[in-house]
Design a protein. Structure first.
Length: 289
């Protein structure tokens, strides 16, 4: 019932400042400013690649204000996906206990994982020209202690075909996980991961925040330029330590730290590289030597 990951939502006390970070880091462009009354928030929407970044700033009391107070910081608030039949998706989701509201042509969903709320926004598909330094979003990551239960709930709510799912393990970053690919020929998915090493960044984050959205991922043809810009501005970022650094070659992966983008960590991978850990390494296009 889901087609693509098309957006993320960031809860922030200062949407203007966060928008400037996205413009400076990734060349994002503002496409609208409005309100989501059901969330009690003003919203600034940016386009980055073909995806959209919804910056949610509290406007009095409401869900966004409550979540900022609970989490104590700006953070990745919600995951966005497209559906060809949002009405059918919502009908099914509400039948299995999901909270729903419809506003501004979008469907906002909320349910709990391990007692913590997780938020989603479902939009109809659209065709847009990409802008800025990324090509498209393809992943939003949720941390959960009980990985199997969380994956089962995602599959139930969104009627995902578990035959498309791929397991993933990383000793380097200390986790095991499942990629809930929406279709076998696209990278779009929710990633559900469980920390295995609580001395590492991901494990420490989960120990503080519990079940929660952690980061998003996008493809980019401009990772080298983004890295150079981050270095020039002394902005927090991490390169894949497994990469062999070669003179004159841009990195294949990069992670921009949450302070660089108003509260959300964003991973970037070069075109097709995501298939290396998504079940089809043969789809990765080799770099020209």
């Amino acid at each position: 019932m889901l087609l693509t990951i098309d957006r993320v939502q960031i809860a922030t006390p200062d949407a203007k400042s966060a928008a400037e970070m996205w413009r400076r880091r990734l060349g994002a462009e503002q496409v609208s400013a409005d309100r989501v009354r059901g969330l009690g928030a003003k919203r600034v929407t940016l386009r980055a690649g073909t995806g959209e970044i919804e910056l949610l700033e509290p406007e009095g009391n409401g869900v966004v204000a409550d979540e900022l107070a609970r989490r104590g910081r700006s953070h990745l608030f919600g995951a966005g996906a497209t559906s060809l039949d949002p009405r059918a998706l919502v009908h099914h989701a509400t039948s299995v206990g999901v909270e729903h509201q419809h506003e501004n042509g979008q469907d906002f969903l909320r349910f709990k994982i391990e007692g913590k709320p997780v938020h989603f926004v479902i939009s109809p598909p659209r065709t847009v020209e990409p802008v800025g330094g990324i090509d498209f979003l393809y992943e939003v990551t949720l941390l959960a202690a009980d990985q199997a239960a969380a994956v089962t709930r995602f599959a139930e709510v969104f009627r995902l075909d578990t035959r498309n799912f791929v397991t993933i393990t990383s000793e380097l970053f200390g986790y095991t996980g499942v990629l809930t690919l929406f279709a076998p020929d696209r990278l779009d998915r929710f990633e559900v991961i469980t920390p295995t090493d609580f001395t590492k960044t991901l494990g420490r984050y989960h120990a503080r925040q519990g079940s929660s959205f952690y980061m998003a991922y996008a493809e980019s043809r401009e990772i080298g330029r983004i890295e150079r810009s981050a270095k020039a501005d002394d902005v927090g970022h991490t390169l894949d330590p497994r990469e062999e650094k070669r003179s004159g070659r841009d990195p294949e992966q990069l992670w921009l730290h949450p302070p660089a983008l108003g509260g959300m960590m964003l991973g970037l991978s070069r075109p097709t590289l995501g298939w290396r850990w998504s079940g089809h390494p043969e789809r990765v296009v080799a770099l020209v030597q």
